[in-house]
Ligand binder design. Structure first.
Ligand code: SAM
Length: 283
């Protein structure tokens, strides 16, 4: 692939700005611009949208998103050491990159992006990635402020997000994501592609909002799945007793077997359970 821009190679950027990776910030940098371009292309048509990127670091994915034509990238970075490197990218793409120094967990993504057509793309820091995803898929308003999520996680987390009932990876995250979103794992990325290499393989996950999820109170669904998967070896009649002494009867009313275990229940079943528990004011 030809060079994507005339900025210096990322290795030189890292050396020039002394960006030795910090484990505490989940810093595993992708320096191969072919790979970051592949991720940027997976995010869809960027020309009419604002891309929210969390954790740009030295800017590998940021550069790919801008080279792919993103109208605007809003990038939130916690590590102030990265800001001079990101300022060089902003200068190269006048008016198209806004860098915000801060903790993405504490900032309001809607206020940052100003609404409109927003896509989120990120090589997420492993220590906050799952929480950020949960925040984005549990917004009270649905459809949400974003039209797609293109995110890199540890592969094991990607598998939990996209897991089917009956599998070992199926749990709270899979139910929540499967209820509100469509999508899956696009491709894996070897540890060798990162500097420094992490211990595990990564995966790029692409999700779009399910525009008509089954009607359900999201907080109740979260409580029911938390109770059911919190004791996943137990039968539902036992694991849901923490929510109601009538758990067995309520599970039956939901059309499910009280002796079933959480991992056997599909998303429709969990929605039904949540609705029955809510009606019975058990949660
Ligand atoms: N996007 C770059 C890449 O692909 O090479 C860096 C990815 S690195 C896995 C994660 C980045 O997230 C780091 O730059 C780190 O400093 C940043 N980060 C960690 N915690 C953060 C937080 N709470 N809010 C914003 N950025 C964070």
């Amino acid at each position: 692939m030809a060079q994507i821009d005339t900025l210096p190679p990322l290795r030189d950027v890292i050396a020039a700005h002394g960006l030795n990776a910090k484990k505490s910030l989940g810093q595993n940098f992708l320096l191969d611009l072919n790979l970051t371009s592949r991720i940027a292309r997976s995010a869809g048509d960027l020309e009419d949208c604002t891309v929210l990127e969390i954790g740009p670091g030295p800017g590998g994915l940021t550069r790919a998103l801008l080279a792919a034509g993103a109208r605007k990238v809003v990038a939130v970075e916690k590590d102030s050491r990265c800001l001079p490197a990101l300022a060089e990218i902003a200068e190269h793409y006048p008016g198209r990159l806004e860098v915000i120094e801060g903790d993405a967990l504490k900032l309001d993504p809607v206020a940052l992006t100003g609404g409109g057509n927003v896509r989120i793309a990120a090589n997420l820091p492993y220590n906050v990635g799952t929480q950020l995803l949960i925040n984005w898929i549990t917004t009270p308003e649905w459809p949400p402020f974003w039209s797609s999520l293109t995110l890199m996680f540890q592969k094991e987390v990607g598998e939990r997000i996209t897991a089917e009932p009956g599998s070992k990876a199926y749990g709270r995250l899979g139910v929540l994501a499967g209820w509100r979103c469509k999508g899956g794992i696009l491709f894996d990325i070897s540890p060798k592609a990162f500097t420094p290499p992490p211990k595990v393989t990564s995966a790029v996950v692409h999700l779009t909002p399910n525009l008509a999820p089954l009607p359900c109170d999201q907080r109740v669904l979260e409580r029911v799945t938390a109770a059911a998967f919190g004791q996943r070896r137990k039968m539902l009649r036992a694991s849901l007793k923490s929510l109601s002494p009538n758990a067995e009867e309520l599970v039956r009313q939901a059309g499910l077997e009280p002796t079933a275990r959480a991992e056997e229940i599909d998303i429709v079943g969990f929605v039904e359970l949540a609705n029955i528990f809510k009606d019975a004011q058990a949660v």
